[in-house]
Design a protein around this ligand. Structure first.
Ligand code: RP5
Length: 327
């Protein structure tokens, strides 16, 4: 696979050298901006104030401390009292892959900024600082310290496969958008079980896994669920998908994600690839079905108006630009 990827001019693990401010326009969904921007909340607070997956029966609500837009950067002064929060699930986990807190145990030594083969702790944005024993979010304040629901301090790596095809009419002609006049792309979309939001079927890179393998595994787990197919049919489908995922794809983005789980000490980074079926010969023919982490899976038109989880709208915008499609 390495050869094929290099033929397509794709180098995995490439570090992004541009300044973060240029690459990341948002640090928004993991922050309480302090303005009254949640129309659905009776208390009129910021839509992202409540930490994700809290405020449930199992987990009382955690509200992030306020970080105004112009106080996100660590270099701007702020009278700052972030809330410390790590979920019970993370704290009690005995999995080898989930970090223990070095602040509570001097025997815990974590190889920051390194890939120790079990876990890649490098950031796509260069070396991060480690302050009082834990990493400091390179994009600034989030109003929350600890790990929240994330297993690692520092970067938690994910991979996002964007599978696309052209929207076509009964005569197989590309459908154009009535306003923009540009052809419409469709992508494989899921509805996430945890937040109920629309999303790309991505997921966490598991221990010792390469991000490129995560792309296929997650696509498989989240959208390919065919209880009605016999073993042969399923094998044929799996072989087709395996070939396409191994034969390249276009790298769209790698770096920080504006994920609602980010904290001052733990954050999401991802590798995004686009697998496009230009002629509707393989991936475009697949009927997708929700798998383990999704309540629904379907082909959806790319459109800037669609609300999506984390930075997924930004990734789709990049795909639309790549194919000159409607956005
Ligand atoms: C996002 O979280 C990434 O872009 C990826 O889609 C996702 C991975 O987390 P899980 O879906 O495994 O929760 O930041």
């Amino acid at each position: 696979m390495g050869n094929l990827l290099s033929c397509a001019n794709i180098r995995l693990g490439t570090r992004i050298s541009e300044p973060i401010e240029k690459r990341i326009p948002v640090h928004h969904k993991c922050r309480n901006c302090g303005r009254k921007c949640d129309p659905s909340s009776p208390s009129n607070e910021c839509v992202h104030a409540k930490y994700t997956r809290t405020g449930t029966k199992e987990q009382p609500a955690i509200i992030r401390s306020i970080v105004p837009d112009d106080r996100v950067s660590w270099s701007t002064p702020l009278d700052y009292s972030p809330i410390e929060f790590t979920s019970e699930k993370v704290l009690k986990s005995t999995k080898e892959y989930v970090d223990r807190d070095p602040r509570n145990d001097p025997n815990v030594v974590i190889p920051w900024n390194q890939d120790d083969r079990l876990c890649d702790r490098r950031s796509y944005h260069g070396k991060y600082e480690v302050v009082r024993g834990v990493p400091k979010n390179p994009c600034g304040r989030t109003g929350l310290t600890g790990r929240g629901h994330l297993g690692h301090f520092g970067p938690n790596h994910a991979a996002d496969p964007i599978v696309t095809r052209w929207k076509r009419d009964q005569n197989n002609a590309r459908v154009r958008h009535p306003t923009s006049g540009q052809p419409i792309l469709q992508f494989v979309c899921i509805r996430r079980k945890d937040t109920n939001e629309f999303a790309i079927p991505g997921g966490m890179v598991e221990k010792k896994e390469r991000a490129t393998d995560t792309l296929r595994r997650e696509f498989h787990e989240e959208v390919l669920n065919f209880p009605d197919l016999d073993e042969n049919e399923r094998d044929t489908l799996m072989t087709t998908i395996k070939n396409i995922f191994e034969n390249g794809g276009t790298r769209i983005y790698c770096g920080y994600v504006d994920d609602p789980r980010n904290t001052d000490n733990s954050w999401m980074e991802t590798t995004v690839y686009n697998f496009h079926d230009e002629e509707a010969k393989h991936l475009a023919l697949i009927n997708v079905n929700a798998g383990s982490d999704a309540t629904d899976a379907f082909w959806e038109d790319l459109d800037s108006k669609m609300p999506l989880f984390a930075s997924h709208a930004d990734f789709l915008r990049r795909v639309a630009a790549l194919h000159n499609s409607h956005w």
